[in-house]
Structure formats: structure tokens, C-alpha cells
Write a protein that binds this ligand. Structure first.
Ligand SMILES: [Zn+2]
Length: 122
């Protein structure tokens, strides 16, 4: 399949890749549930973990496109085709930590997990 490389298509590929990553991380957790209700806790990722993984899909698509592109609409968190993996990690971390990104999560403040069982008093 040949995918034309216009900016609109890159954006669409990013959306599909990003959401596909969330489906994968959700599905891995769901599939770990046993009939007795236990599950693999290491697959119950935090918001930081799941977004960090998903934005690496965006970054990979941007780098493969050969043109710089920002993770945010205000062009503050730009991924360049030549960025090292350390630089990409840094840009994604800065974007996720920025409250303006609607995430505001970091390794120190990772947000809720995929599955948060409700306590009976809630
Ligand atoms: Zn996401």
C-alpha cells in the first residue's frame, strides 16, 4: 500500500498509530484478566506510561516522514527527523509534563492507571 506523504496524511497516520497503541496497551491488560478476577498488575500502566508509549508512535511516524513536526498545535514540542532517541524521549517528556498539553503527567506524577477499581465507599 502506498500512502501519499502530505501533511494531512501524516496527521491521520499519527492519530491512528497513537490510538492503536492505546488499544494495544488496553488489550494486553484485558487479556491478562483471569476468571477469578486477578490480572497482571505490571500491565496496568499509568497515564504517563501509556501516553509515553503512544507518543513514541507519533515520533516514529514524524521521523519516517522526513520532516519536522510538532506534537502540539502551538509548535512548542517539535520532533525532528534527525533527533536522537534521547532527544525524542526528552521532547515527549516535556510535552506530557506541560499542563497545557492536557496531560500534566511525569514519571514522578504519573496519573491514574488504566484500571482503577472503585472502593465500595465511592
Ligand atoms: Zn493518548
Amino acid at each position: 500500500m502506498l500512502i501519499p506523504s502530505s501533511h494531512i496524511d501524516i496527521s491521520l497516520n499519527e492519530d491512528i498509530g497513537h490510538e492503536g497503541s492505546h488499544v494495544e496497551t488496553d488489550q494486553a491488560l484485558i487479556e491478562s484478566f483471569k476468571p477469578n478476577g486477578t490480572f497482571n498488575g505490571s500491565l496496568n500502566l499509568t497515564e504517563y506510561d501509556t501516553e509515553y508509549i503512544a507518543y513514541h508512535v507519533n515520533a516514529a511516524i514524524i521521523q519516517a516522514s522526513g520532516e519536522p513536526r510538532s506534537l502540539d498545535p502551538n509548535n512548542r514540542y517539535v520532533i525532528n527527523p534527525g533527533d536522537s532517541s534521547d532527544k525524542v524521549n526528552q521532547t515527549i517528556n516535556q510535552y506530557l509534563a506541560d499542563p497545557a498539553s492536557d496531560y500534566g503527567v511525569s514519571p514522578e506524577s504519573p496519573g491514574p492507571r488504566i484500571f482503577e477499581p472503585k472502593r465500595p465507599d465511592q
